[in-house]
Design a protein around this ligand. Structure first.
Ligand code: R5P
Length: 284
């Protein structure tokens, strides 16, 4: 068995290699002058189970994954497992309007062409796993995020919308605290509304947990609501920290005490490693 880490997920590939005591395959890669990607696997992986780890965000990392999959196939890998810590395009999981694509399906179709198994982390909706024509499973980052938050003496976990409720509930069980949720309506990609609601947050340390922070709008509104209810410290935690545009400023201006994400997308807020959540799903 060999593990190969793509540019976007070298960290997780290394962590998995250490944890599972499986070697990392040596690769060389470069960009051609026209920016096309080149890769060569230097180890003999023929007849081996090859695990490719690559987040498919932003777009160049998608091409890199396809190139990695093809290189493994051409080199005669016996089995290819594709680990996608953050599966980009997962939120366009249906045709919201006529004429739109189901982008998550388009991605899944292509990835399935050279994969015997796909493992991803906290996809926005679980049903996107059915878009893959190969075996596809997901794992949850919540236990790892909750372990980190437990050290922060959290009194309540809050889901910013009903869709995130199960995750908040799961985290609250590990942290051993209360949980609640907000009622959110998305107006457009940048604007959301949160229905005012009575929250038992006075003087409390609250962690808001979501799958993704993109523009930060959802979290910022939730922080404001919690502050109105007298929360002492508000921690925001997510699996996938996209932090698009001015997200960080929005969160800090809203009064957040700490921003926490896993390293499915690497940033300075990647305080929680995702490899321990993925490793039990890899068949050695
Ligand atoms: C939506 O349902 C997701 O779970 C997140 O709440 C959303 O993607 C966050 O986006 P933003 O940070 O732009 O509000």
């Amino acid at each position: 068995m060999y593990i190969i880490g793509g540019t976007a997920s070298k960290n997780t590939a290394e962590d998995l290699s250490k944890e599972l005591k499986v070697p990392l395959a040596n690769t060389i890669s470069k960009r051609f002058p026209d920016d096309e990607f080149y890769l060569r696997i230097m180890d003999d992986i023929s007849g081996e189970h090859v695990v490719i780890v690559q987040t498919t965000y932003p777009d160049p990392n998608i091409i890199e994954l396809f190139i990695l999959q093809n290189a493994a196939e051409e080199a005669g890998a016996k089995k290819i497992t594709v680990v996608i810590p953050y599966f980009g395009y997962a939120r366009q999981d249906t045709k919201f309007k006529e004429g739109e694509p189901i982008s998550a399906k388009a991605m899944a179709n292509l990835i399935s062409l050279s994969a015997d198994k796909v493992i991803t982390v906290d996809p926005h909706k679980e049903y996107i796993l059915d878009f893959f024509s190969t075996s596809a499973v997901s794992c949850s980052a919540i236990p790892e995020l909750a372990k980190y938050l437990k050290e922060k003496e959290i009194d309540m976990v809050l889901a910013p919308d009903k869709g995130a409720l199960e995750r908040a509930k799961e985290a609250s069980k590990i942290i051993k605290c209360n949980f609640d949720y907000m009622e959110k309506t998305r107006i457009d990609g940048e604007t959301i509304e949160i229905k005012p609601k009575k929250l038992d947050a006075q003087n409390k340390n609250v962690a808001i947990i979501d799958d993704i922070i993109s523009t930060g709008g959802t979290m910022a509104k939730s922080i404001q609501e919690l502050k109105k209810h007298g929360a002492k410290n508000v921690f925001v935690a997510c699996t996938h920290g996209l932090f698009a545009g001015g997200a960080i400023k929005k969160l800090t201006t809203a009064g957040c005490s700490e921003i926490i994400s896993t390293d499915t997308i690497q940033s300075k807020f990647s305080k929680v490693k995702i490899a321990p959540a993925i490793s039990p799903f890899l068949d050695k």
